[in-house]
Write a protein that binds this ligand. Structure first.
Ligand SMILES: Nc1ncnc2c1ncn2[C@@H]1O[C@H](COP(=O)(O)OP(=O)(O)O)[C@@H](O)[C@H]1O
Ligand SMILES: [Mg+2]
Length: 303
Protein backbone atom coordinates (compact mmCIF):
# COMPACT_ATOMS: atom_id res chain seq x y z
CA UNK A 1 0.00 0.00 0.00
CA UNK A 2 1.70 3.15 -1.15
CA UNK A 3 0.61 6.70 -0.74
CA UNK A 4 2.56 9.09 -2.91
CA UNK A 5 0.20 12.03 -3.07
CA UNK A 6 1.84 15.33 -2.23
CA UNK A 7 0.28 16.76 0.90
CA UNK A 8 -1.38 20.11 1.00
CA UNK A 9 -0.47 22.01 4.14
CA UNK A 10 -3.06 21.72 6.88
CA UNK A 11 -4.23 24.87 8.56
CA UNK A 12 -4.15 24.71 12.35
CA UNK A 13 -4.65 27.21 15.13
CA UNK A 14 -0.91 27.88 15.20
CA UNK A 15 -0.50 28.40 11.42
CA UNK A 16 0.26 25.82 8.74
CA UNK A 17 1.94 22.47 9.02
CA UNK A 18 2.56 19.39 6.94
CA UNK A 19 -0.40 17.03 6.83
CA UNK A 20 0.54 13.87 8.66
CA UNK A 21 -0.37 10.64 6.93
CA UNK A 22 -1.82 8.25 9.46
CA UNK A 23 -2.12 4.49 9.35
CA UNK A 24 -4.81 3.51 11.84
CA UNK A 25 -4.59 -0.16 12.76
CA UNK A 26 -7.64 -1.49 14.52
CA UNK A 27 -6.53 -4.68 16.22
CA UNK A 28 -9.94 -5.72 17.45
CA UNK A 29 -12.19 -8.18 15.69
CA UNK A 30 -13.68 -6.71 12.56
CA UNK A 31 -17.26 -7.75 13.42
CA UNK A 32 -17.21 -5.86 16.70
CA UNK A 33 -15.42 -2.69 15.74
CA UNK A 34 -15.00 -2.05 12.00
CA UNK A 35 -17.93 0.38 11.91
CA UNK A 36 -16.54 2.39 14.82
CA UNK A 37 -13.05 2.69 13.32
CA UNK A 38 -14.34 3.49 9.84
CA UNK A 39 -16.44 6.23 11.36
CA UNK A 40 -13.47 7.63 13.29
CA UNK A 41 -11.28 7.54 10.18
CA UNK A 42 -14.01 9.45 8.32
CA UNK A 43 -14.06 12.13 11.02
CA UNK A 44 -10.28 12.54 10.73
CA UNK A 45 -10.43 12.79 6.93
CA UNK A 46 -13.12 15.44 7.23
CA UNK A 47 -10.61 17.46 9.24
CA UNK A 48 -7.82 17.17 6.71
CA UNK A 49 -5.87 14.21 8.04
CA UNK A 50 -4.98 11.50 5.54
CA UNK A 51 -5.96 8.17 7.05
CA UNK A 52 -5.65 4.61 5.88
CA UNK A 53 -7.33 2.04 8.05
CA UNK A 54 -6.59 -1.64 8.49
CA UNK A 55 -8.69 -3.97 10.58
CA UNK A 56 -7.95 -6.95 12.76
CA UNK A 57 -4.22 -6.82 12.07
CA UNK A 58 -4.76 -7.69 8.41
CA UNK A 59 -1.58 -5.68 7.94
CA UNK A 60 0.65 -7.90 10.08
CA UNK A 61 3.41 -9.23 7.84
CA UNK A 62 2.94 -6.41 5.30
CA UNK A 63 5.18 -3.39 5.05
CA UNK A 64 3.69 0.05 4.77
CA UNK A 65 5.27 3.05 3.12
CA UNK A 66 4.32 6.65 2.79
CA UNK A 67 2.87 7.08 6.27
CA UNK A 68 4.20 9.26 9.07
CA UNK A 69 2.34 7.79 11.93
CA UNK A 70 1.02 4.40 12.97
CA UNK A 71 -1.67 4.39 15.64
CA UNK A 72 -3.19 1.23 17.05
CA UNK A 73 -5.27 0.14 20.01
CA UNK A 74 -3.27 -3.09 20.35
CA UNK A 75 0.37 -4.22 20.39
CA UNK A 76 1.61 -4.16 16.78
CA UNK A 77 4.41 -6.31 15.38
CA UNK A 78 7.76 -4.52 15.03
CA UNK A 79 7.80 -5.30 11.30
CA UNK A 80 4.72 -3.12 10.83
CA UNK A 81 6.26 -0.16 12.63
CA UNK A 82 9.24 0.22 10.32
CA UNK A 83 9.91 3.84 9.41
CA UNK A 84 6.91 5.25 11.26
CA UNK A 85 6.42 6.88 14.60
CA UNK A 86 4.17 4.49 16.46
CA UNK A 87 1.60 4.96 19.20
CA UNK A 88 0.23 1.56 20.12
CA UNK A 89 -0.45 -0.98 22.82
CA UNK A 90 2.41 -2.21 24.94
CA UNK A 91 2.95 -5.29 27.08
CA UNK A 92 3.64 -3.97 30.56
CA UNK A 93 3.84 -6.18 33.66
CA UNK A 94 1.43 -5.54 36.53
CA UNK A 95 4.12 -4.39 38.99
CA UNK A 96 5.33 -1.81 36.47
CA UNK A 97 1.87 -0.52 35.59
CA UNK A 98 0.73 -0.40 39.24
CA UNK A 99 3.86 1.61 40.11
CA UNK A 100 3.07 4.00 37.29
CA UNK A 101 -0.40 4.63 38.70
CA UNK A 102 1.09 5.35 42.11
CA UNK A 103 3.72 7.61 40.55
CA UNK A 104 0.90 9.75 39.15
CA UNK A 105 -0.69 9.85 42.59
CA UNK A 106 -3.71 7.77 41.57
CA UNK A 107 -5.04 5.97 44.69
CA UNK A 108 -4.02 2.40 43.90
CA UNK A 109 -4.80 -0.94 45.55
CA UNK A 110 -2.34 -2.52 47.91
CA UNK A 111 -0.40 -5.30 46.23
CA UNK A 112 2.57 -7.52 46.80
CA UNK A 113 4.83 -9.98 45.05
CA UNK A 114 5.50 -13.23 46.91
CA UNK A 115 8.34 -15.73 46.66
CA UNK A 116 6.92 -18.58 48.73
CA UNK A 117 3.57 -19.98 49.91
CA UNK A 118 4.53 -18.92 53.41
CA UNK A 119 4.77 -15.35 52.18
CA UNK A 120 1.36 -15.67 50.55
CA UNK A 121 -0.19 -16.95 53.80
CA UNK A 122 1.31 -13.98 55.65
CA UNK A 123 -0.62 -11.65 53.33
CA UNK A 124 -3.94 -12.81 54.83
CA UNK A 125 -2.79 -11.45 58.20
CA UNK A 126 -1.13 -8.34 56.82
CA UNK A 127 -4.33 -7.38 55.01
CA UNK A 128 -6.77 -8.87 57.59
CA UNK A 129 -8.73 -10.44 54.78
CA UNK A 130 -10.49 -13.75 54.15
CA UNK A 131 -9.81 -13.77 50.44
CA UNK A 132 -6.73 -12.80 48.47
CA UNK A 133 -6.51 -12.33 44.71
CA UNK A 134 -3.69 -13.43 42.43
CA UNK A 135 -3.44 -11.37 39.26
CA UNK A 136 -0.99 -12.81 36.75
CA UNK A 137 0.73 -10.37 34.44
CA UNK A 138 -0.22 -10.46 30.74
CA UNK A 139 -3.70 -11.89 31.35
CA UNK A 140 -6.80 -9.97 30.32
CA UNK A 141 -10.53 -9.76 30.65
CA UNK A 142 -10.55 -11.14 34.19
CA UNK A 143 -9.86 -14.64 32.86
CA UNK A 144 -6.53 -15.15 34.60
CA UNK A 145 -7.45 -13.67 37.98
CA UNK A 146 -7.70 -16.14 40.86
CA UNK A 147 -9.31 -15.66 44.26
CA UNK A 148 -8.47 -17.99 47.10
CA UNK A 149 -8.84 -18.54 50.81
CA UNK A 150 -5.95 -19.50 53.10
CA UNK A 151 -6.66 -23.23 52.91
CA UNK A 152 -6.12 -23.25 49.13
CA UNK A 153 -2.71 -21.58 49.06
CA UNK A 154 -1.02 -24.95 48.48
CA UNK A 155 -2.79 -25.22 45.10
CA UNK A 156 -1.37 -21.96 43.70
CA UNK A 157 1.31 -21.53 41.10
CA UNK A 158 2.56 -18.14 40.02
CA UNK A 159 5.53 -16.19 38.64
CA UNK A 160 7.37 -14.51 41.48
CA UNK A 161 8.56 -11.43 39.63
CA UNK A 162 5.49 -10.37 37.69
CA UNK A 163 2.32 -11.86 39.20
CA UNK A 164 0.78 -9.76 41.94
CA UNK A 165 -1.28 -10.57 45.01
CA UNK A 166 -3.81 -8.11 46.39
CA UNK A 167 -6.65 -7.91 48.92
CA UNK A 168 -10.27 -7.49 47.92
CA UNK A 169 -11.10 -3.77 47.69
CA UNK A 170 -14.57 -4.16 49.20
CA UNK A 171 -16.18 -7.51 50.12
CA UNK A 172 -19.64 -5.98 49.64
CA UNK A 173 -19.17 -4.35 46.24
CA UNK A 174 -18.06 -5.90 42.95
CA UNK A 175 -18.81 -2.93 40.67
CA UNK A 176 -15.97 -1.89 38.36
CA UNK A 177 -15.38 1.63 37.05
CA UNK A 178 -13.37 2.39 33.93
CA UNK A 179 -11.70 5.46 32.51
CA UNK A 180 -10.46 5.24 28.92
CA UNK A 181 -7.60 7.54 28.00
CA UNK A 182 -5.84 8.68 24.87
CA UNK A 183 -3.28 11.42 24.34
CA UNK A 184 -3.98 13.22 27.60
CA UNK A 185 -7.76 13.01 27.31
CA UNK A 186 -10.39 11.04 29.13
CA UNK A 187 -12.39 9.59 26.25
CA UNK A 188 -15.13 8.14 28.40
CA UNK A 189 -15.71 6.85 31.90
CA UNK A 190 -18.23 4.14 32.63
CA UNK A 191 -19.36 1.68 35.22
CA UNK A 192 -19.98 -2.05 35.05
CA UNK A 193 -22.31 -3.50 37.67
CA UNK A 194 -20.95 -6.80 39.01
CA UNK A 195 -21.63 -8.98 42.06
CA UNK A 196 -19.11 -9.09 44.93
CA UNK A 197 -16.62 -11.94 44.88
CA UNK A 198 -18.31 -13.84 47.71
CA UNK A 199 -21.28 -14.40 45.40
CA UNK A 200 -18.90 -16.36 43.16
CA UNK A 201 -17.41 -18.51 45.87
CA UNK A 202 -16.76 -18.78 49.60
CA UNK A 203 -13.89 -21.20 50.12
CA UNK A 204 -11.07 -22.68 48.11
CA UNK A 205 -9.80 -21.42 44.81
CA UNK A 206 -11.77 -19.76 42.05
CA UNK A 207 -10.51 -18.67 38.65
CA UNK A 208 -11.96 -15.84 36.58
CA UNK A 209 -13.65 -12.60 37.67
CA UNK A 210 -15.16 -10.79 34.75
CA UNK A 211 -16.14 -7.63 36.59
CA UNK A 212 -15.97 -5.39 33.53
CA UNK A 213 -18.52 -7.51 31.66
CA UNK A 214 -21.57 -6.56 33.72
CA UNK A 215 -24.28 -4.10 32.72
CA UNK A 216 -22.61 -0.89 31.60
CA UNK A 217 -23.64 2.68 32.19
CA UNK A 218 -21.97 6.05 31.90
CA UNK A 219 -20.35 7.29 35.05
CA UNK A 220 -18.70 10.60 35.82
CA UNK A 221 -15.06 10.50 36.81
CA UNK A 222 -14.35 12.77 39.80
CA UNK A 223 -12.36 15.84 38.70
CA UNK A 224 -9.31 15.21 40.91
CA UNK A 225 -8.92 11.79 39.29
CA UNK A 226 -9.44 13.25 35.83
CA UNK A 227 -6.45 15.56 36.22
CA UNK A 228 -4.21 12.73 37.42
CA UNK A 229 -5.27 10.35 34.68
CA UNK A 230 -4.79 13.01 32.00
CA UNK A 231 -1.24 13.53 33.22
CA UNK A 232 -0.64 9.77 33.20
CA UNK A 233 -2.03 9.53 29.67
CA UNK A 234 0.25 12.32 28.43
CA UNK A 235 3.21 10.45 29.82
CA UNK A 236 2.15 7.18 28.18
CA UNK A 237 1.70 8.97 24.85
CA UNK A 238 5.17 10.39 25.22
CA UNK A 239 6.40 6.82 25.65
CA UNK A 240 4.61 5.68 22.49
CA UNK A 241 1.41 4.22 23.88
CA UNK A 242 -2.05 5.14 22.64
CA UNK A 243 -5.42 4.08 24.02
CA UNK A 244 -5.16 2.83 27.60
CA UNK A 245 -7.72 2.32 30.33
CA UNK A 246 -7.70 2.36 34.11
CA UNK A 247 -9.97 0.03 36.11
CA UNK A 248 -11.13 1.17 39.54
CA UNK A 249 -13.29 -0.15 42.37
CA UNK A 250 -14.94 1.59 45.31
CA UNK A 251 -13.68 0.99 48.82
CA UNK A 252 -16.19 0.71 51.71
CA UNK A 253 -15.42 4.33 52.67
CA UNK A 254 -16.37 5.41 49.15
CA UNK A 255 -12.89 6.10 47.82
CA UNK A 256 -12.16 4.98 44.26
CA UNK A 257 -9.09 2.79 44.04
CA UNK A 258 -7.31 1.79 40.85
CA UNK A 259 -6.96 -1.96 40.39
CA UNK A 260 -5.32 -1.99 36.98
CA UNK A 261 -3.81 0.00 34.12
CA UNK A 262 -4.51 -1.67 30.75
CA UNK A 263 -1.89 -0.86 28.14
CA UNK A 264 -1.94 -3.92 25.91
CA UNK A 265 -5.22 -4.30 24.15
CA UNK A 266 -8.01 -1.96 25.05
CA UNK A 267 -11.50 -3.12 24.20
CA UNK A 268 -13.22 -0.21 22.52
CA UNK A 269 -16.09 -2.13 20.98
CA UNK A 270 -18.56 -1.76 23.79
CA UNK A 271 -17.92 1.92 24.27
CA UNK A 272 -19.48 2.53 20.87
CA UNK A 273 -22.87 2.22 22.54
CA UNK A 274 -22.16 5.68 23.98
CA UNK A 275 -22.44 8.19 21.16
CA UNK A 276 -19.98 10.85 22.38
CA UNK A 277 -17.16 8.31 22.61
CA UNK A 278 -16.33 8.42 18.90
CA UNK A 279 -16.18 12.24 18.91
CA UNK A 280 -13.77 12.16 21.80
CA UNK A 281 -11.70 9.42 20.23
CA UNK A 282 -11.48 11.24 16.88
CA UNK A 283 -10.58 14.48 18.68
CA UNK A 284 -7.75 12.82 20.62
CA UNK A 285 -6.41 11.17 17.46
CA UNK A 286 -6.63 14.47 15.57
CA UNK A 287 -4.58 16.19 18.25
CA UNK A 288 -2.03 13.40 18.22
CA UNK A 289 -1.70 13.67 14.43
CA UNK A 290 -1.43 17.47 14.55
CA UNK A 291 1.22 17.37 17.28
CA UNK A 292 3.15 14.93 15.17
CA UNK A 293 2.77 17.02 12.00
CA UNK A 294 4.05 20.06 13.83
CA UNK A 295 7.07 18.16 14.98
CA UNK A 296 7.79 16.94 11.45
CA UNK A 297 7.70 20.47 10.07
CA UNK A 298 9.83 21.74 12.91
CA UNK A 299 12.50 19.14 12.28
CA UNK A 300 12.34 19.46 8.52
CA UNK A 301 13.06 23.18 8.39
CA UNK A 302 16.70 24.04 8.04
CA UNK A 303 17.55 20.54 6.72
N1 LIG B 1 -8.45 -5.85 44.39
C1 LIG B 1 -9.58 -6.34 43.90
N2 LIG B 1 -10.68 -6.51 44.69
C2 LIG B 1 -11.82 -7.03 44.18
N3 LIG B 1 -11.98 -7.41 42.91
C3 LIG B 1 -10.93 -7.27 42.08
C4 LIG B 1 -9.68 -6.70 42.53
N4 LIG B 1 -8.84 -6.68 41.47
C5 LIG B 1 -9.51 -7.20 40.43
N5 LIG B 1 -10.77 -7.55 40.78
C6 LIG B 1 -11.81 -8.14 39.91
O1 LIG B 1 -11.18 -8.92 38.92
C7 LIG B 1 -11.46 -8.41 37.61
C8 LIG B 1 -10.21 -8.54 36.74
O2 LIG B 1 -9.14 -7.83 37.35
P1 LIG B 1 -8.25 -6.78 36.57
O3 LIG B 1 -7.25 -6.26 37.51
O4 LIG B 1 -9.13 -5.79 35.91
O5 LIG B 1 -7.50 -7.71 35.52
P2 LIG B 1 -7.77 -8.05 33.97
O6 LIG B 1 -8.93 -7.22 33.52
O7 LIG B 1 -6.48 -7.65 33.31
O8 LIG B 1 -7.98 -9.51 33.89
C9 LIG B 1 -11.87 -6.97 37.84
O9 LIG B 1 -12.72 -6.51 36.81
C10 LIG B 1 -12.61 -7.08 39.17
O10 LIG B 1 -13.92 -7.58 38.98
MG1 LIG C 1 -9.52 -5.25 33.93
Amino acid sequence: MKNESVSEPLETAGGYMIRPRVLLANGLRRETSADLYNDIAGRLRARGIEVEIIHAMDGAGQTFQGYDLLISNVVVPASMQAGMSTYAGRRVSRPTSLRLLAEFDVPTMEWSLARTRREVRALFDAWSTERVLLKPSFTYGGKGVRVFTRNAVWRLRWKRDVDVFCPEINPDDGDVYKAELLNGRVLISWKSAAPPIRMLFRHGLHRGIRGAYGERSLWELPSELTAKLEALSRRLTFEGMSHVSVDLMRRADGELIAIELNTGSVATWWTRQFSHFRNQYAEALFELAVQHGTKREFYSTGG
